[in-house]
Design a protein around this ligand. Structure first.
Ligand code: ATP
Ligand code: MG
Ligand code: FE
Length: 351
């Protein structure tokens, strides 16, 4: 089956065409991603209103390109999938409304996809993987350890009680005056720095629940930066290295706890998988390698382009749902907040 997927929940405008073969394996026919990084750079973060307008301006052309690259017409599609949340509501409305319009005009079913579910199912698009598996979702907006039990069946084992890891990377970059977006810049600086130079906290280490906390670590970086000011380039590198090392220690400890929790409740996971932009970080990837090895687990790291936001993972989640006969009404609501695995329509008053 052939599905068009639309992603507009944050600062990437993306459309993709994905095929799900009858044996369940996936094939990406096109995945056009337009990043709005330049639009938001001067503000040092994503400005929701600017993002929504940029989605409106770009989406139609991005869809045409995705269809052309895939060499398919609307009549060839089996469904139109659009991310219905969670995310910045203006952008979500743009993508979901466009998806509904195409569904209405073509008579194809609409699949209203949960953006987090799309990240969670993304490894099944690239490799053969059965349920259950353990997902580490680490992005700009989310930091979660999830038991992925089936399509539509997820249990969040742990989450951040304050900032997301990507958000912490971005804030540290900003306080050290590194260019936006900060995560990759921190990684580059960290590679040159000394991780033992600054003693930084490892919040919640050893705690029984596999939750995360990043705000204390971020504050510790700020205090260390203030006490070392004025900062030389070497100081910035050392701060980034010390911060990244602390994050890696936290991820390792929290994930170990999460896997223990997983094993206590369910069968052994078929794999450990990572999704979200922070999954592009090589230090974190290295740590995941070690954890997978010590637990004799298969590690699945989707390519970086599928870890960050893109239409292909939305199309794929749509295809997985369609294969189970799940489609959505044309009055499905856009949602700013939408916990994975919960029904779409529960918060009728959500903006
Ligand atoms: P969400 O998907 O939760 O709505 P998002 O769209 O911001 O949030 P992604 O696009 O998946 O998330 O990822 C972007 C985040 O990943 C940013 O916070 C960015 O700094 C971080 N990131 C990207 N590359 C790296 C890297 N190499 N090291 C650390 N962080 C990184
Ligand atoms: Mg993004
Ligand atoms: Fe995302």
């Amino acid at each position: 089956m052939l599905v068009l997927g639309l992603e507009t929940t944050c600062d990437e405008t993306s459309a993709a065409v994905v095929r799900r073969h009858d044996d369940g394996h996936g094939e990406i026919l096109s995945n056009v991603v337009l990043s709005q990084v330049l639009e938001h750079a001067e503000y040092g973060g994503v400005v929701p209103e600017i993002a929504a307008r940029a989605h409106v301006e770009a989406l139609e052309d991005i869809i045409s390109r995705a269809m052309a690259e895939a060499k398919v017409g609307f009549a060839d599609l089996d469904a139109v999938a659009a991310a219905a949340g969670p995310g910045l509501i203006g952008g979500v409305i743009v993508g979901l409304t466009t998806g509904k319009a195409i569904a209405l005009a073509t008579g194809k079913p609409l699949i209203a996809v949960n953006h987090l579910e799309a990240h969670a199912l993304s490894p099944r698009l690239v490799g053969r993987l059965g349920f259950p598996y353990c997902l580490l979702l680490v992005s700009g907006g989310h930091t979660q350890i999830v038991a992925v039990l089936d399509v539509d069946r997820y249990e969040r084992l742990g989450t951040t009680i304050d900032d997301a890891i990507g958000e912490a990377f971005d804030k540290v970059a900003k306080m050290l005056s590194l260019p936006y977006p900060g995560g990759p810049q921190v990684e580059i600086a960290a590679a040159r720095g000394n991780p033992a130079r600054f003693a930084l906290p490892r919040p919640l280490l050893g705690r029984h629940d596999p939750d995360f906390s990043l705000s204390g670590l971020k504050t510790a970086v700020r205090l260390a930066a203030e006490s070392a000011a004025p900062l030389s380039d070497g100081d910035v590198d050392d701060l980034c290295a010390s911060f990244q090392a602390a994050v890696v220690d936290v991820v390792v400890d929290r994930l170990r706890m999460g896997l223990r929790r997983f094993a206590g409740k369910y069968n052994k996971p078929k794999a450990l998988v990572v999704a979200g932009g922070v999954g592009a970080n090589k230090a974190i990837r290295g740590a995941l390698d070690r954890i997978a090895a010590e637990n004799a687990l298969r590690l699945l790291l989707p390519p970086a382009a599928l870890c960050t936001d893109n239409g292909a993972i939305i199309a794929w989640a749509g295809a997985e749902r369609l294969a189970l006969g799940k489609a959505d009404e044309l009055d499905s609501p856009p949602r700013a907040r939408w916990p994975m695995g919960s029904p779409l329509k529960i918060e009728a008053t959500d903006p």
